[in-house]
Design a binder for this molecule. Structure first.
Ligand SMILES: Cc1ncc(COP(=O)(O)O)c(C=O)c1O
Ligand SMILES: [Zn+2]
Length: 416
């Protein structure tokens, strides 16, 4: 007799309500919601006691390898609403050579570059678009640093939703093409994501788009939470000692923290918490500054600029949630400069054969730093999230290649 047949109440999702991350006000999840009346992000809350009775990790292990295997603790109520390209279950890859060089014996990378559209943004888009569709949304709008726009435009096309995307001119060029080919309305702004956000907010108020910008709706976070769920499952329902995450809007980090808390409440993992590390660039480090000042929120960063474009977020709506997650797990926030990011990117490619994105590379630079300072010990089990493939950032590689005349020979190989 399975757990399911013992109870008549078998649901696809145990979504119960929405709760404000700041003032804890409760909100109805059966209708479309943006942010709380107080302006802060709303968080999805589930009936976890009921869910724990209906599904076990053993049952989940039998399901197809996509993020939808965790559907009881995802917000989509009906399987018919799911819009999917089979996203999820990205590999957890051991990095022995780099680990040896850095003095971290157990170093692994969860490689999100294998997802549809090449970044972890596919997770938020899959869940966010599916839920928007379920709630009857017809048109979405978002400000983005590029990758999220590309993912949401792609999933919106599959769901037959209209999409308005506004991104900075400096966003990775390929993300423009991704939005354009998917048929979204795309605009560039000569500014930062905050400038794009102001433009989107006006269009939303005027034209009735549903604003799906970072943490302006509750469900993108639920998709990103699956990074944590997968990691814990891949480790045998265990957590590592330390998790590095490149932090812009912070949805990934907040999502991993949310996954931790929910898995503990479900009894799927024990009480141990991994130390969460928010990684930023010295060119835009509002969270690091707030962390160092023991502040509860961040101040807008001026003149933000870094090669790790995805984490160029001068002021995150969920900054207080990021800082809470770091505090709660005895983690920290670290900034690294662009030179060390590019070095780390090259190191990964040469030592491990992985072409990762600069945001992911920032995490490796940060791990090296924290190992040198002793914050990381040699025996700490470390997982780094590479949030995207380097293929989306060809311009980060300075390629100097000799061109040969026809019929010419390559110079003879120098002997050691
Ligand atoms: C490749 C990449 N990594 C990390 C981030 C930061 O994402 P988050 O909002 O989860 O902090 C972004 C955001 O654009 C990104 O594109
Ligand atoms: Zn509130």
């Amino acid at each position: 007799v399975t757990a399911q047949s013992q109870s008549g109440d078998v649901r696809h999702s145990y979504l119960d309500r929405l709760e404000c991350g700041r003032c804890s006000a409760s909100c109805d999840s059966r209708v479309r919601q943006g942010v709380c009346a107080c302006g802060s992000p709303l968080l999805a809350r589930y009936d976890l006691d009921l869910a724990a009775k209906q599904v076990t990790p053993d049952e989940i292990a039998q399901r197809p390898p996509s993020l939808w295997r965790y559907h009881e603790i995802l917000p989509v109520l009906s399987p018919d609403a799911v819009v999917s390209f089979g996203e999820g279950m990205t590999p957890l890859i051991p990095l022995p050579r780099l680990g040896e060089k850095l003095g971290i014996r157990n170093l692994q990378m969860k490689d999100e570059g294998l997802l549809p559209t090449g970044t972890f943004k596919a997770r938020g888009a899959a869940v966010g678009v599916s839920k928007a569709k379920e709630l009857g949304v017809r048109r979405i709008a978002m400000s983005t640093n590029g990758n999220a726009g590309a993912a949401w435009a792609t999933y919106a096309a599959r769901a037959n939703l209209g999409a308005l995307i506004v991104m900075p001119v400096g966003a990775p060029a390929i993300t423009r093409a991704e939005c354009a080919i998917a048929g979204s309305r795309l605009y560039l702004v000569d500014g930062l994501i905050s400038d794009a956000g102001a433009i989107v907010a006006e269009a939303v108020a005027r034209d009735g788009y549903f604003d799906v910008s970072t943490l302006k709706e509750p469900y993108r976070l639920e998709g990103k939470k699956t990074m944590g769920l997968e990691l814990f499952e891949q480790l045998g329902w265990r957590v590592p000692d330390v998790i590095f995450y490149p932090t812009g809007g912070g949805v990934g980090l907040i999502g991993i923290h949310k996954a931790l808390k929910e898995c503990q409440a479900l009894g799927w993992i024990g009480p141990k918490l991994p130390r969460l590390v928010a990684v930023q660039s010295t060119g835009c480090a509002p969270i690091v500054k707030a962390w160092e000042e023991h502040a509860e929120t961040s101040q807008p960063w001026t003149d933000a600029r870094t090669i790790a474009f995805g984490i160029t977020v001068p002021k995150a709506l969920g900054d207080f949630l990021i800082l809470q997650a770091l505090n709660d797990t005895a983690g920290c926030a670290v900034a690294v400069d662009d030179e060390s990011i590019l070095d780390a990117q090259q190191g990964l490619a040469r030592m491990e054969g992985a072409f990762i994105c600069p945001e992911g590379a920032a995490c490796f630079a940060a791990a090296a730093r924290l190992r040198r300072t002793g914050w990381l010990g040699p025996d700490d089990e470390v997982v780094v999230f590479n949030t995207g493939t380097g293929l989306k950032y060809p311009a980060t590689v300075d390629v100097q290649v000799p061109v040969l005349d026809k019929g010419a020979a390559v110079p003879a190989r120098k002997r050691a």
